[in-house]
Design a protein around this ligand. Structure first.
Ligand SMILES: [Zn+2]
Ligand SMILES: [Zn+2]
Length: 273
């Protein structure tokens, strides 16, 4: 296979387009169209990985003729006009140009008796189902490629690829930052000032107890190692808990007294903060 042919084939690829290249035997070889779909998943699905089944209709290889387009199902002989390349050379002024062969319409084959099921195209439209395996830790906007799962090519060529764009829905509790997760947690003044232990629920629904150091400030982010998203390399990102505060709207007399006593111990009249 020559370098020019590779370049030509690459240039003809792209979404929505089949391409024409040259097979090993030098015959014209078409490539099936690439297909593109999208799947929306939850963050938890992205954590565990999941499988989605999609249904669609696309061109598949004709069973009756095995993709050859012939009534007997055998490969058709090469077109004598173009010698099987699907192109003929013509002169335009000083330039030699290649145009699709008028005898075989660029197919490179001469089909005398067409297959009745596919009318000689070698492909038929069929309802298909595809199981899309979405890996754990998949990022929003990731594009998965399933080689050879696109449309079948006419003329028994290479099938296209199937691409799936993954969209991960924003989660109510966790914000994703790369492989890390960020959650918000409001705590009362006493717990922040004195320190303590709180229980949180992780993305995989596990209860986890987290130590709050004494003197924790509002806006501080506490890191819980290894409870973020899978990295795809066997590890996990971290979970960050952003600390907020809850201020009670009503206090009991006992609480008021305790807070007043606390307030009286202030080192200056300017306050603590
Ligand atoms: Zn031809
Ligand atoms: Zn057929």
């Amino acid at each position: 296979m020559g370098g020019m042919e590779d370049i030509l084939r690459e240039a003809m690829r792209g979404f929505g387009f089949g391409g024409t290249g040259f097979g090993e035997n030098g015959h014209a070889q078409h490539r099936g169209r690439d297909l593109l779909d999208e799947i929306v998943i939850d963050l938890k699905d992205a954590f565990f990985g999941t499988t989605h089944t999609i249904k669609f209709t696309s061109a598949v290889k004709c069973d009756k003729c095995d993709g050859n387009g012939t009534s007997d199902g055998k490969p058709a002989p090469a077109c004598p006009t173009c010698g099987g390349t699907g192109f003929v050379h013509a002169r335009q002024g000083f330039f030699a140009v290649e145009t699709p062969c008028p005898d075989c319409n660029g197919l490179g084959k001469k089909i005398d008796k067409k297959c009745s099921a596919c009318d000689g195209t070698g492909t038929v439209n069929k309802q298909r189902t595809l199981d899309v395996k979405i890996p754990a830790g998949v990022m929003d906007g990731a594009r998965l490629r399933m080689a050879g799962m696109g449309e079948a090519a006419p003329n028994g060529g290479t099938p296209g690829d199937f691409y799936v764009d993954i969209h991960v829905r924003p989660d109510k509790r966790f914000e994703r930052i790369g492989n890390d997760l960020l959650m918000h947690m409001d705590l009362d003044f006493a717990t922040l000032a004195l320190g303590g232990e709180i229980e949180i629920e992780t993305i995989d629904d596990k209860k986890l107890s987290v130590k709050i150091p004494s003197g924790t400030q509002v806006g501080e982010k506490l890191r819980v190692r290894g409870h973020g998203m899978p990295t795809g390399r066997g590890g996990f990102g971290d979970l960050y808990i952003e600390i907020g505060i809850t201020i009670p709207k009503k206090l009991t007399e006992k609480q008021k007294k305790a807070l007043n006593e606390f307030s009286d111990t202030k080192p200056s009249k300017k306050g603590w903060f």
